[in-house]
Design a protein around this ligand. Structure first.
Ligand code: ATP
Ligand code: MG
Length: 683
């Protein structure tokens, strides 16, 4: 036991400490930490885990649910550090036992595999990513003849979105349609037929989609016997970023910890930004009253992350929100530097500005890793990426298009998936059509014959006889695991390369990706873990063909705001802070969506510790958002920074007319927005 006062607790403020010590190491009454950005919620959670371990709790019996795999790894590292400071060398080995840290989806996949036989699931199930799911939905749509009603019937992606929403929000189909897809109301009956066939197809194919990982998990723990089984595995369940969970997720928690004992949730309602995935801020707001006696609530009001001017500006933005629970934060980190609102001509000069500033920062001693560029939508960073490559600034991009989306990488993964689960029709379709001469018809013939595990017994597709035996041998070898993991990756690559060369002119570049995939694979313990985790949380795209940089290399972070959640950097640049981008155009309609966009800006601003730039190009390029197609739009500063709160920012214009070799510092001056003056003349 820890007799003497431990200094890791001394660093915490009173509220944080109360949260950490709540229950004194036992599975105590439910606890909610609800507080604003940068107030140390995640840090407190890490301390709580370490404290519980120090007080004798078993880390193997803790379930730690985070928003990304990265966040889980980060949490594990923090706990390790703290535990080591408490328990010495013993501490760092202890936290290795923290095996159940991950996203809801990843943990769900593991639990479902372990309990598969209890719930009629084949444990070799494979997981469909969104694209695979859309493909299967499409297949079913065709089979039912709905695709022929082309003009009237929703697209495969809309179908999937509706389906996903119904599942995650646990709402009636009609209600969801009425609220979010009123133009599909006519098709309600057909959609119901489609969804039921889609579910049947997934069962036939032995696949689960993302939503299933939560749905099956919640249904599994709704069974009292199994629930007791699973609940008994965990003394403590701790959840970060609880404001972004949906109904299914809260029902899972409640089933695991019906009386809330041992349950800790942490979040900030002002940062709820995932309602488009059916997350509901009600989860965190209603948490305390679910239990009797109600959960203990800890609020924190001191921000340790940002300087006073940055925090004031962020507070000003969020104070215009229509509702919120968490209060304004304070900090004692003084600074004379207000956040800058930078007006630039267009996205090209925006890229130029950001790259220039980033290099200046680096010259002043700030590494690239301490800086980040954030944006609303993945494609907003396009012009900047070009500029960064041109200037040789390495970067890693989170959110949006992934390495895994490349056709050849998907091909390789599909081979592994089909070997693991020959009933996975979407994977099978992809794999079989890699063979020369095999089209959809031929592939379907083979797949229709799949009903045993014996690949060799399958009929050769019509025009593929020559390549067929080698293919079957390769898949059989995978199925019997003749080459131990990850060695089998090489065997698959060797089989695939000739096909790659035949199909793609730029095969050399693509071959490099496959080698990279092999390296990534080597860091996973098994094929199944590799496939599952890669599908759920794919690695990020990098500026460098050599692949993800190693830990000690320096690189800039580019990220969507959504993916930047929970993180912090010394210097943050937010691109396209204009109406039409932030808020996104699509959101300009509904009030709720607009409020969510405001919170998004708040999340972006509160990532910054010392320096914050919001950039407004006067012209930007839209990508197919308009009936007129792609075009340049003249933009206005985001409506979330109205004149009334402008005093929190320093307004600058960049660049000044490229006159007489003026220094860069001199190129920053106060802008005059004549547009408002012109409008004012007629008001
Ligand atoms: P977000 O809402 O963005 O997820 P958060 O509330 O989870 O933020 P943390 O990321 O845990 O905040 O902490 C923000 C920063 O403040 C971190 O750099 C952390 O180390 C620091 N910090 C937290 N608590 C303290 C403390 N008591 N003393 C000093 N620094 C602290
Ligand atoms: Mg956090």
């Amino acid at each position: 036991k820890t007799a003497e006062p431990v200094d890791y607790l001394a660093k915490l403020n009173e509220g944080q400490r109360r949260a950490v010590e709540h229950g004194g190491g036992k599975a105590a009454s439910p606890l909610l930490i609800i507080a604003g950005a940068g107030s140390g919620k995640t840090n407190t959670l890490a301390h709580r885990v370490a404290h519980l371990i120090a007080e004798g709790a078993d880390p193997r019996r803790m379930l730690l649910l985070t928003f990304s795999r990265r966040a889980a790894d980060d949490m594990r590292r923090r706990v390790e550090r703290i535990a080591a400071s408490v328990l010495g060398a013993k501490g760092s080995t202890l936290s290795e036992g923290l095996a159940w840290a991950g996203t809801f989806h990843a943990i769900g996949a593991r639990l479902l595999r372990e309990h598969a036989f209890q719930i009629g699931l084949d444990p070799s199930f494979t997981i469909h990513d969104r694209e695979d799911s859309a493909d299967l939905m499409n297949l079913v749509r065709h089979e039912l003849g709905f695709s022929k009603k082309e003009n009237r019937f929703p697209t495969k992606n809309t179908c999937l979105t509706v389906y996903s929403r119904v599942v995650n929000a646990q709402e009636e189909l009609e209600g969801v349609l009425k609220e979010a897809f009123p133009w599909c109301l006519d098709c309600a009956a057909d959609l119901r037929t489609l969804f039921s066939a889609y579910v049947e197809a997934k069962l036939q194919n032995n696949v689960l989609d993302y939503d299933d990982l939560l749905l099956w998990w919640s249904q599994m723990v709704a069974e009292p016997m199994i629930a007791a089984d699973i609940a008994a595995r965990f003394d403590h369940v701790l959840v970060d970023e609880y404001q972004d969970t949906n109904r299914l997720q809260s029902s899972i928690l409640l089933a695991l910890k019906p009386d809330g004992h041992g349950l800790t949730v942490v979040g900030d309602d002002a940062q709820s930004i995932y309602s488009f995935r059916a997350a509901t801020v009600r989860n965190i707001l209603d948490f305390p009253a679910q239990f009797s006696p109600p959960a203990e609530i800890v609020t924190l009001d001191r921000n340790y992350r940002s300087t006073q001017p940055i925090l004031s500006a962020a507070n000003a933005v969020i104070s215009l929100a229509s509702e919120r629970f968490t209060k304004n934060l304070w900090t004692d980190r003084q600074s004379a530097e207000k956040p800058q609102l930078v007006t630039v001509r267009d996205e090209t000069s925006q890229a130029d500005f950001v790259a220039t500033r980033i290099l200046e920062n680096r010259e002043e001693g700030m590494t690239l890793k301490q800086q980040a560029v954030l944006f609303r939508t993945s494609h907003h960073s396009g012009p900047l990426e070009v500029e960064l490559v041109r200037r040789n600034i390495p970067f890693v991009k989170f959110g949006g298009l992934k390495f895994l989306d490349a056709a050849h990488v998907k091909d390789m993964l599909a081979v592994l998936r089909w070997a693991q689960n020959p009933r996975d029709r979407v994977a099978g379709f992809r794999v079989l059509q890699l063979l020369p001469g095999v089209g959809p018809g031929g592939a379907a013939k083979v797949l229709d014959a799949v009903d045993t595990d014996d690949i060799a017994a399958l009929p050769a597709p019509p025009r593929a006889s020559e390549d067929w035996p080698a293919f079957v041998a390769m898949v059989q070898a995978l199925r019997t695991s003749q080459d131990a993991w990850p060695g089998e990756m090489e065997a698959v690559r060797r089989w695939y390369e000739p096909h790659l060369d035949r199909m793609h002119e730029d095969a050399t570049v693509r071959r490099a990706d496959l080698l990279q995939l092999e390296q990534i694979a080597a860091s996973y313990p098994s094929r199944e873990r590799f496939l599952t985790e890669l599908t759920l949380d794919p690695p990020s795209a990098t500026s460098d063909e050599a692949g993800p940089p190693s830990r000690d290399e320096d690189y800039l972070i580019l990220s969507t705001i959504h993916s930047a959640k929970g993180q912090e950097w010394k210097s943050v640049f937010v691109l396209n802070t204009v109406d039409g981008c932030l808020p996104a155009d699509v959101a300009a309609g509904s009030k709720n969506e607009l409020e969510e966009e405001r919170r998004l800006l708040y999340v972006a601003m509160t990532r910054a510790r010392d320096s914050l730039h919001l950039i407004t190009p006067q012209r930007f390029f839209t990508h197919g958002q308009h009936a007129q197609g792609d075009r340049h739009i003249y933009a206005n500063r985001t409506r979330f920074i109205p004149a009334a709160i402008l005093s929190h920012f320093e307004q600058v214009m960049w660049p000044m007319a490229r006159a007489s070799g003026a220094s860069r510092a001199a190129a920053v001056h106060k802008p005059v927005d004549l547009r408002d003056r012109m409008r004012g003349m007629w008001r």
